[in-house]
Design a protein around this ligand. Structure first.
Ligand code: ATP
Length: 256
């Protein structure tokens, strides 16, 4: 499906309270079609609440959100058809293998994608006969991304897609995200890894206590900090311990 607006996601003056907690406090932003948009911020900042309102899973107290011009609350059914949601924790049927799990979800969404193609895309083809409980953390993350892709979504939501993964497995998920972006999907992701946001995101919103405190490209945000006279606490070397790890153990996937 083609989108008909440059701003594929519009978030207008969103607020959500849980009792006395102002989880989301008047948030507005737009996400451009085809970009990877990062939602960053400390634990409890309001990222998940904001994302779940955009996905149509939660109702806001105030404000509106639109995806591809559709109102998330009024047009909830149509919204579900054009978004893909990858969750942090999944409970899949123990008795199905990986091929059958993806195939099951694919059928639910009208077989828009071929299961075998999705398995190849997320590098799980060799695990197609395995059960979910036999997968490593990295493989489980890639399976949950495959499932979020079954309806060939216009907008893909990724919730901390590389939490708990080793550097190789993380890079494989990064490459997968870059590939999905190249194929035309818009991606909204949360992450607590700033190097991940720098590598993947065209723009990031930094959220704190329910408010957006900055929204820009990672490069511009870094430049603004340097312009303010920022001095790093330690010398930044040309390589990191991450680079050492990858140099010593290689870039290839293990039993990740
Ligand atoms: P994290 O980085 O830890 O995932 P977050 O930025 O996604 O955090 P939210 O999960 O949106 O933050 O939570 C925002 C605030 O709302 C927190 O204070 C949280 O405790 C509170 N909160 C979230 N969900 C509920 C709920 N269902 N009931 C009550 N309070 C909630």
């Amino acid at each position: 499906m083609k989108n008909n607006t440059n701003n594929i996601v519009e978030v207008k003056n969103l607020s959500k309270n849980y009792g006395k907690i102002n989880a989301v406090d008047g948030i507005s932003f737009e996400v451009k079609s085809g970009e990877v948009f990062g939602m960053l911020g400390p634990n409890g900042a309001g990222k998940t609440t904001t994302v779940e309102i955009i996905e149509g899973i939660r109702q806001p107290d105030k404000g509106e959100t639109f995806i591809n011009g559709l109102n998330t609350i009024i047009d909830n059914k149509q919204i579900k058809k054009i978004i893909g949601v990858q969750l942090q924790q999944n409970a899949f049927f123990d008795y199905l293998n990986i091929y059958e799990i993806i195939d099951f979800y694919s059928k639910l969404y009208g077989n828009k994608t071929k299961t075998i193609d999705l398995l190849k895309k997320v590098e799980l083809i060799e695990k197609k006969n395995s059960k979910y409980k036999e997968l490593s953390g990295g493989q489980k993350q890639r399976l949950s991304i495959a499932i979020a892709l079954v309806n060939d979504p216009l907008v893909l939501f990724l919730d901390e897609p590389t939490t708990g993964l080793d550097p190789q497995a993380r890079r494989h998920v990064w490459n997968l995200i870059k590939q999905i972006r190249l194929e035309g999907s818009t991606i909204i992701m949360t992450t607590h890894y700033m190097e991940e946001a720098e590598e993947l995101c065209d723009r990031v919103a930094i959220i704190d206590t329910g408010k957006i405190v900055a929204l820009d490209t990672p490069g511009n945000l870094i430049d603004k900090l340097i312009d303010k006279g920022f001095k790093p606490k330690r010398t930044i070397k040309k390589a990191s311990l991450d680079d050492v790890f990858l140099d010593l153990t290689g870039q290839n996937l293990r039993g990740d």
